[in-house]
Design a protein around this ligand. Structure first.
Ligand code: ADP
Ligand code: MG
Length: 248
């Protein structure tokens, strides 16, 4: 269970304080697939970064299964992240000097997982890349790189998968393939997924959609995958990387 309590994020911009997330509460029960939609700059990446413990809130608590990330030291945070959270980025963030297999192996080696190579091969097989294990990222298409990134995010079998516009940099057929893989992962593994997207087709497949606007919840969560009014999010915007999006 992910629980955010009165999370607020303020950054200093020049001589001014800029509130990029206004106090908000959010609960994501175990096994839920939550999508976050909203215009570029609405705070989606900031929210995901807080859930991942990659960024600290100015105020409020971030609880992962009752553990408040805000109170953890760097080492404890890194361990919790490594064991419990997989992260997929818009721009893949693979290590260019490592093969697909080696990229998936890295998080396993950090935690001394047994049979790491066999498990990595199985993960690449799960994302349909068993023929690409020895390819370097530069030898793979964007869609294939994102599938390697998904396999890497699953390396330590975490209960939570966070994804920031995972199809935002892909053409529609590669985007569709990545969507199918994420949906399959959710179904087979019952993972909790929080995914930011401009792709309304993808948002509609989630259990619950949260719309953000200017760092606030734009309308309350809508159950059963029905997306309520989400102004400024064009339905056909599936392939266009958001201008100004950090890709984080
Ligand atoms: P989204 O992912 O929805 O596009 P972000 O969470 O990346 O939105 O950003 C929300 C807003 O906060 C944007 O206006 C962005 O420019 C601003 N922002 C994000 N991080 C910082 C930062 N470190 N310093 C200043 N402004 C930031
Ligand atoms: Mg973003």
């Amino acid at each position: 269970m992910i629980r955010l309590e009165q999370i607020k994020k303020v950054v200093v911009s020049g001589s001014e304080d800029l509130t990029i997330l206004h106090p908000l509460d959010l609960e994501v029960p175990e096994g839920q697939f939550l999508s976050i939609v909203g215009p570029s700059g609405s705070g989606k990446s900031t929210l995901l970064g807080l859930i991942a413990g990659l960024d600290a809130p100015t105020e409020g608590r971030v609880l992962i299964d009752g553990v408040n990330l805000v109170e953890l030291g760097e080492d404890e945070l890194a361990r919790l992240r490594g064991e419990r959270i997989g992260f997929v980025f818009q721009f893949f963030h693979l290590l260019p000097s490592l093969t697909a297999l080696e990229n998936v192996l890295v998080p396993m080696e950090i935690f001394g997982i047994a049979n790491a190579e066999k498990k990595s091969r199985a993960l690449l097989d799960e994302v349909g890349l068993s023929e690409r294990t020895h390819h370097y990222p530069s030898q793979l298409s964007g869609g294939e790189q994102q599938r390697v990134a998904i396999a890497r995010a699953l390396a330590n079998d975490p209960p939570i998968l966070l994804a920031d516009e995972p199809t935002g940099n892909l053409d529609s057929s590669n985007g569709k393939h990545v969507i199918d893989i994420i949906l399959g992962v959710h179904e087979r593994r019952g993972m909790t997924i929080v995914l930011a997207t401009h792709n309304m087709e993808l948002a509609r497949m989630s259990d619950v959609t949260l719309a953000l606007k200017d760092g606030r919840i734009d309308h309350p969560e809508t159950a059963n995958g029905t997306v309520g009014a989400a102004p400024d999010v064009p339905a056909q915007d599936a392939q266009t990387p958001a201008a100004g999006s950090s890709g984080q």
